[in-house]
Design a protein around this ligand. Structure first.
Ligand code: PLP
Length: 412
């Protein structure tokens, strides 16, 4: 029999904010955006090097995205997946033409794209006569979302605490440690789930060699290689998808964030073989593949997939990394090193990363804190070299201030 409790949850009268307080928000809001800039209701301009956590790939208020969204809004907003949706076919075909994939499932977020990927991997083995193969090997520092399965996949205790037993089916090993991966293989292993560059974990890169070894291991044992490119995808690393610089291909890939440029959309890309178990009725979503999302996603990809666009990401990235490396060299007591690829860069800090992030905000530069004491720089992919130089000088000013404060403290 259940132990009686003093009061039921409904009897509680503790005050709570109208919006459930699950976020530690900064005390600032923005009324509008223009390109790489966000503007407050009182007209203060902030250079946006967070881009909604790697979402606003084309910046704010991009004319082509506004046109795509409004054009579709005048036609039809939603019809459900009971019918054919032409926009889904167009965006799926575009993704197929540009990647390893043969087929695409549309969702509304990164975590949902991951859920589809995880389910697909399990179903693949079930359809191959091995339902016992349901476990994915994931990597320390990972972040795959906030649903029950994706917090289990990410394996971070702070996200698991208090939510009951972790969803089974995930084992975690150290990143870039192929011996640990081999030791973790069992008859239950279904495959590997990895971010080519960890975002929330602190812009930590899986080495090219490690990813090639995972591919080889997957081929040898009939396992699936799943990439989580929710943050690293859609041009962020200077390639449409980070895997395209590695010389190997995954079986399944989750993408979201930049794909909608600010409109919620996610997708699970897969080979025909990996997707073979996903027959009618096996998975679904009311909003997934919504016509508005499809129209915007197609407009984003039309821009980002142009070679000149990606070339520009790499060029601006080069200038930005160069400036940041000089700052790290000049202020070794503040910044330890610069990490990352393309416009997915991280400052590994010596002083607390949140101090630097707050100070940068005070200087009009928005950034995002990450694990491993890193400040992430995730600007819109359309930033100019001048905007990159502007960010570098703001970062330098903050580092100079902090270095001076540290010197004062030492003297005192
Ligand atoms: N995977 C990665 C690598 C991410 O960075 C994120 C979000 O930050 C997710 C998955 C989850 O995406 P969402 O917040 O859209 O569910």
């Amino acid at each position: 029999m259940a132990t009686p409790v003093a009061s039921s949850p409904s009897a509680s009268s503790s005050p709570i904010t109208p919006v459930l307080p699950t976020y530690a928000r900064a005390d600032i809001s923005f009324e509008r955006g223009e390109g790489a800039w966000l503007i407050t209701p009182t007209g203060e301009r902030y250079l946006d090097f967070g881009a909604g956590v790697a979402v606003n790939a084309l910046g704010h208020a991009h004319p082509k995205l506004i046109a795509a969204l409004t054009e579709q809004a005048h036609k039809v907003w939603h019809v459900s997946n009971l019918y054919e949706v032409e926009g889904q076919k167009a965006l799926a075909q575009k993704l197929i033409d540009l990647t390893f994939a043969d087929t695409v499932f549309f969702a509304n977020s990164g975590a949902e794209a991951l859920e589809a990927s995880i389910k697909m991997a399990r179903k693949y083995h079930a359809a191959s006569g091995h339902p016992e193969r349901f476990e994915l090997i994931t990597f320390e520092g990972a972040f795959h979302g906030r649903t029950l399965a994706t917090i289990a996949a990410g394996g971070q205790q702070k996200y698991l605490d208090g939510f009951g037993p972790a969803t089974p089916g995930f084992v975690q090993v150290a990143l870039n440690d192929i011996a640990a991966v081999k030791a973790a293989l069992t008859d239950a292993t279904a495959g590997f789930l990895i971010e080519p560059v960890q975002g929330e974990g602190g812009i930590r890169e899986a080495s090219k060699e490690f990813i090639r070894q995972l591919r080889a291991l997957a081929d040898e044992h009939g396992l699936l290689l799943i990439f989580d490119e929710v943050q690293s995808g859609v041009g962020r690393t200077g390639h449409l998808y980070a895997y395209q610089d590695l010389g190997i291909e995954p079986d399944i890939l989750a993408t979201a964030k930049g794909l909608g440029g600010g409109f919620p959309v996610g997708a699970c890309l897969a080979t025909a073989e990996a997707a073979k178990g996903m027959t009618p009725g096996t998975h679904g979503s009311t909003f997934g593949g919504n016509p508005l999302a499809m129209a915007v996603g197609k407009a984003v990809l039309d821009e980002v997939s142009q070679p000149s666009f990606l070339e520009n990401v790499r060029r601006v990235s080069g200038r930005l990394s160069q400036g940041l490396t000089m700052i790290a060299d000049e202020y070794p007591g503040v910044i330890e090193s610069v990490r990352g690829r393309g416009l997915m860069l991280g400052l590994k800090c010596i002083v607390p990363n949140t101090d630097i992030q707050k100070a940068l905000m005070g200087k009009g530069l928005l950034t995002v804190a990450a694990g491993d004491n890193v400040v992430r720089l995730l600007p819109p992919l359309i930033i100019t070299e001048d905007e990159a130089a502007d960010a570098v000088s703001r970062i330098e000013a903050v580092c100079a201030d902090i270095a001076a404060q540290l010197a004062d403290k030492k003297e005192a």
